[in-house]
Design a protein around this ligand. Structure first.
Ligand code: GUN
Ligand code: FE
Length: 456
């Protein structure tokens, strides 16, 4: 395939919270799907490249009212929980896992069921503009591998983990690894199989070492997984200090905080992403900084299970890497747009407080609010940084992952009737008001993976 060209106005954040708008940008993309150049109309080479683009049959040109955004990066999805999205959100975490989630995940012993659900989920996430996903699968080897294959085939950049949960006292007989040895062997062969698969996938698929969370794993399993992560230099994901119960449980069992335990077992490094992290303190934050570990902030899920609001602003000021996660199905919505909105709303409630019986000066946590542009950064640039991959920002050497947003779709029009026309205002309206109908096309690594214009 020769050079591809994309012309249109674009929004992205080169760094956290720093918005860049380029009107009528012209992107050239190489045969690997990487951005080569981004030209503005004032650049000397613009006219020449535009002439080449017009002569090419690989030219995408946006109309008035259409915009490019970077593809979104979802740092926390439980793929097997997709059938449960929107259900059973009234129980606390431990009950929710035991009564609803473990019986559902056990069904993925049936690989045909797994393929049906995973095909639907991957297509659905792509249609919502999500181009990269960090997935938990289940304990099942075959079904987990099927998820990686489906990502590969549908053109999504998938990072997939076969879940490890081996502790007899914490996991039911019908859904548990049989032994430490078996869970480590299976993880190692899964890593090798996904690495092999990834060789033929343009956008990349990656294996992820995935202890479910400290409460579900033996010390031997955690140590073995830490060693495997190091041996193969692969990503690691887990849940860390999510709820009051999960946080206290780890302290009771190990006499240490969740972060310290994960670090002691060699599970925190530059390619590690920990979900939730609600009960982190500053000393935990320092360990995150030293090891390069990132946070997957899951604001909708946190409303149900975390017993708290994660202080995004505080930990960004400490310097932590951070992105957004939907946490399907702890979070009901598969949409990162919805999670961007909730991240802003939750931060505002954290800042203002919620109990009017407390005086206004003591009601909230000062300096907690984040802007919608900062939340957009988390869903794009922050996610890429968390995964240590060249994604989420539109610049040379980065993957050409794009969503085409059309603000002129019938019955889904996003308009200020000429009143709010500054670029940042246009982006704010897109982030708050866009529906699935406004996401017309999605491109991953230069491949078209979703096309509403074709009635997909
Ligand atoms: N902690 C352990 N497992 C899970 C899970 O599946 N979802 C959430 N939200 N938290 C967990
Ligand atoms: Fe989760």
């Amino acid at each position: 395939m020769s050079t591809q060209y994309f012309k249109g106005s674009l929004f992205h954040t080169p760094s956290h919270g720093e918005l860049e708008f380029i009107k009528d940008a012209l992107l050239t993309v190489d045969e690997k799907g990487l951005i080569q150049t981004i030209l503005e109309p004032s650049d000397a080479a613009y006219v020449e490249h535009l002439t080449n683009a017009r002569a090419s049959n690989q030219f995408v040109e946006l109309a008035e009212g259409q915009y490019f955004l970077p593809g979104f990066i979802d740092l926390h999805v439980h793929a097997p929980q997709w059938p449960q999205a929107g259900v059973a959100l009234d129980a606390p975490l431990a009950t929710w896992l035991e009564k609803g989630t473990f019986p559902l995940e056990a069904k993925y012993a049936d690989v045909n069921f797994a393929k049906e659900v995973y095909n639907d989920l991957v297509a659905h996430l792509l249609s919502l503009g999500t181009t990269t996903v960090l997935y938990f699968a289940t304990i099942h080897q075959e079904a987990s591998l099927a998820l990686a294959e489906i990502c590969g085939k549908q053109g999504q950049r998938g990072l997939v983990g076969k879940v490890v949960m081996d502790l007899e006292s914490m996991n039911p007989d019908f859904y548990r690894d049989n032994s430490v040895a078996e869970s480590l062997e299976a993880t190692e062969s899964f890593i090798l199989a996904v690495k092999e698969l990834g060789k033929d996938v343009k956008q990349g698929v990656y294996p992820v070492v995935t202890p479910r969370f400290v409460p579900s794993c033996s010390a031997e399993a955690l140590a073995g997984l830490g060693a495997l992560a190091q041996k193969y230099d692969v990503h690691v994901q887990s849940h860390c200090s999510e709820s009051q119960w999960a946080h206290d449980h780890v302290i009771e069992r190990f006499g240490k905080r969740d972060t310290e335990v994960l670090n002691d077992f060699g599970l925190l490094h530059d390619k590690s992403v920990m979900a939730h992290c609600n009960f982190l303190d500053e000393s935990d934050g320092e360990i995150y900084m030293e090891t390069g570990t990132a946070v997957a902030h899951c604001p909708i899920s946190n409303g149900y299970f975390a017993n708290s609001v994660f202080p995004v602003k505080k930990f960004k000021e400490q310097g932590l890497e951070m992105g957004l996660g939907t946490d399907i199905s702890g979070g009901y919505s598969p949409s990162l747009y919805e999670n961007i909105r909730q991240a802003v709303i939750s931060s505002r409630m954290l800042e203002d407080g919620v109990d009017v019986n407390v005086g206004p000066e003591n009601r909230g946590v000062q300096n907690s609010r984040i802007s919608v542009v900062e939340a957009f950064s988390l869903a794009t640039q922050g996610g890429g940084e968390a995964l240590s991959l060249p994604i989420g920002v539109l610049k040379p050497g980065y993957a050409c992952d794009l969503q085409v947003i059309d603000t002129n779709v019938k019955n889904h029009r996003i308009s200020s009737f000429g009143v709010f026309e500054k670029p940042e205002e246009i982006l704010q309206k897109i982030l708050y008001l866009a529906t699935k109908e406004n996401i017309r096309q999605v491109w991953v690594q230069g491949n078209l993976v979703h096309d509403k214009n074709e009635g997909a």
